[in-house]
Write a protein that binds this ligand. Structure first.
Ligand code: AMP
Length: 280
């Protein structure tokens, strides 16, 4: 695996690859890699000739500065993990390399997507995500880019960004990888202490039960159930639990002919976890 820290070096190398008509797959990450990230690398490897992974903890997408500060960073361990997974190129830029004039916030208009769910509770987050992904897309110019549906709303934002950029990059939505107890893999899981990690496993369990209740007794009962279950655990705090159409419009009734998805954001101690589950 080749490691690049400078944009110019990466671009020069990739232009040689593209001149040979090789396809490039791209997996942007913030590091502290786990098997969920590695699953994206594997999907990219099976779809493209060359796979590029970037690790960049993007300061402009953190609305909570304490979250940015505590975000886990382990580049050496990540590089070894990627090498083992058969990743071809790791792009590991500094903040100065990505934002030479400083991390100034840019504003994007994603309509209602900016103001619901993650957009509502993490103001400015998707602007930062769009800013860095656009920058990375312009550097790597991949044929395909791979994103996890754990960040369900993020995938929709990226697809909207691609439209705004009039880009031909294909956005590939990849399934959520989970731990044996059902907890969605996440870099933030490493920040949970033993007790919190144990409690976090309740999230997917509550989601599965809520799905069952929503389908048999309706959405209101499912929402009441989730709120009551979370309230029982003092270390947990519910930020939202919503049931929406596939394009994230909130619904009040399940219509079997329309795809629905349940989405949750919940604090376990100081750590904010998100998850989602398709209902039909
Ligand atoms: P992050 O490093 O958290 O920014 O995530 C980088 C990419 O990995 C994003 O596209 C995430 O959606 C994806 N990802 C994170 N966790 C998982 C998971 N458990 N399963 C599949 N993809 C994931």
């Amino acid at each position: 695996m080749l490691i690049f820290t400078k944009i110019a070096d990466l671009k020069a190398f990739l232009s040689e690859i593209k001149a040979k008509n090789q396809t490039v797959g791209f997996v942007p990450t913030m590091g502290a890699l786990h098997n969920g990230h590695i699953s994206l690398i594997s999907i990219s490897k099976s779809a493209c000739n060359i796979t590029v992974c970037s690790i960049f903890v993007n300061p402009t997408q953190f609305n909570d500065k304490a979250d940015l500060k505590r975000y886990p960073r382990m580049p050496e361990k990540d590089a070894a993990f990627l090498e083992n997974a058969g990743c071809d190129i790791l792009f590991l830029p500094s903040v100065e390399e990505i934002y030479p004039t400083g991390p100034v916030i840019e504003t994007y208009d994603f309509g209602y997507l900016n103001s619901v769910l993650e957009g509502k509770y993490r103001p400015g987050h998707f602007n930062g995500v769009a800013q860095v992904v656009k920058r990375l897309f312009e550097i790597v110019e991949p044929d395909k880019a791979f994103f996890g549906s754990k960040d369900y709303q993020q995938v929709m934002i990226i697809k909207a960004l691609i439209k705004q950029m009039q880009s031909l990059i294909e956005i590939v939505n990849c399934p959520i990888l989970r731990e044996a107890d059902g907890l969605a893999m996440s870099s933030r899981n490493a920040l949970l202490n033993e007790e919190e990690r144990h409690i976090a496993a309740l999230v997917p369990k509550i989601m599965r039960e809520a799905k069952h209740i929503a389908l048999s007794n309706g959405i209101k009962r499912a929402k009441d159930f989730v709120a009551a279950e979370i309230l029982k655990v003092p270390v947990m705090k519910l930020e939202y639990f919503e049931i929406c159409t596939a394009d994230l419009k909130e619904i009040e009734k399940i219509d079997p002919s329309i795809k629905a998805v349940a989405l949750i954001a919940v604090f376990v101690g100081k750590i904010r976890l998100i998850d989602n589950l398709e209902l039909n």
